[in-house]
Design a protein. Structure first.
Length: 364
């Protein structure tokens, strides 16, 4: 029996996923779609033989929808994820889980109240074959103890709406998540360093590039260059330095052309091309597990919370001119598959920010 999926939000990634679910992923059907732009929504619904809903929550509560995919603009993510949890339906939410730490806290509390893990966050790099191979090599001890991570996230260009804050919350958040997963570790401190301003981004209200610096509980130091205007392509690099060797993320395979005494290799233009395989693997895994009622293995609501909290702290570091801050997560209590946190957590976080030169979350 095919899993009947409802997709809320039909921007670039939403339309990509509808196409992917229809043409590449087996065992499912896009039964319904919702979009604020009604003309666009009805067009996509007709193209894929799906029912159109002008209201996303109406789609979520429809009996014909068994699972939900949230691909709206970021500030609306929490609203629809919460609606799906309260409707008792599995929900796949594209990153970020939410734009505010308090919203992530509410999602965690609602999922815990439901009593079962039903939320997955779309951090697709966990399914990229290169990262998967790196993780296995690290776990097998091939490079010894990881000591340092060097990474970069370079976009070819950016939209006029891109801001310094978004550079971390929308781009750098991928690195924030992948290194927790890759190293099986948590962050304890962070800092943002601002190099010389790029001429390409000058005057646009965007500080570019930025360098995120993180330290983990195990003492691993991570530096990540984030650039929104490389000018030459979409470039994702990652090298882990161990005490017995190093391991580097491979570039995606492309043909090598030799002409006129020149050797050239193409560079991917954007994230859609670079991580297309990861998206396909991620989506098939989610559909299969939801259909069979198996435990979800992708990024959880806790992972979404951890990424949001870390990005927030790094944003504070940047605004303070590069001041390093501690990153402290609340204690985790496992209840079934859900991690429980208290309702008071975010209030404590805000209070700590106002009082100290560090970011603290304490459980009460």
């Amino acid at each position: 029996m095919e899993l009947q999926i409802g997709v809320v939000g039909l921007g670039a990634i939403g339309r990509d996923h509808v196409k992917r679910l229809t043409e590449r992923i087996t065992g499912c059907k896009v039964a319904a779609v919702s979009e604020m732009n009604e003309e666009l929504g009805r067009k996509v619904a007709q193209q894929y033989n799906a029912k159109f809903y002008a209201d996303g929550e109406e789609l979520i509560n429809s009996p014909e929808v068994q699972a939900v995919m949230v691909t709206t603009w970021d500030p609306a993510h929490a609203q629809y994820v919460l609606a799906a949890i309260r409707a008792g339906k599995y929900v796949f939410c594209e990153k970020p889980l939410a734009t505010e730490v308090s919203e992530c806290e509410t999602i965690l509390a609602e999922e815990q109240k439901f009593g079962k893990r039903i939320v997955q966050v779309g951090f697709m790099r966990r399914y990229d074959p290169g990262y998967v191979e790196m993780k296995q090599a690290i776990e097998d001890g091939k490079i010894g103890l990881p000591l340092i991570v060097h990474a970069c996230h370079r976009n070819m260009n950016h939209a006029a709406t891109m801001t310094s804050e978004m550079s971390i919350k929308n781009s750098g958040v991928h690195e924030i998540d992948i290194f927790r997963w890759l190293l099986d570790d948590e962050y304890v401190s962070g800092q943002v360093v601002l190099p010389r301003q790029s001429r390409i981004s000058a005057g646009e209200g965007l500080q570019d590039p930025q360098i995120m610096m993180l330290r983990t509980k195990k003492g691993i130091c991570i530096d990540v260059e984030i650039s929104q205007s490389s000018g030459y392509g979409y470039d994702i690099q990652c090298e882990v330095v161990g005490d017995l060797g190093t391991i580097r993320l491979p570039d995606p395979p492309t043909v090598i052309t030799k002409t006129d005494c020149t050797r050239t290799t193409a560079i991917m233009p954007d994230w859609q091309n670079r991580f297309i395989e990861a998206y396909n693997i991620e989506m098939q895994d989610w559909v299969d597990r939801v259909r069979k009622g198996e435990k979800l293995t992708g990024a959880s609501s806790w992972d979404g919370y951890a990424a949001c909290l870390t990005a927030y702290v790094l944003g504070q570091c940047r605004e303070e001119g590069g001041t390093a801050r501690e990153i402290r997560f609340p204690e985790k209590h496992v209840f079934g598959c859900i991690i429980i946190i208290t309702e008071q957590m975010f209030a404590n976080v805000c209070s700590s920010l106002q009082t100290f030169q560090r970011f603290e979350c304490r459980k009460h």
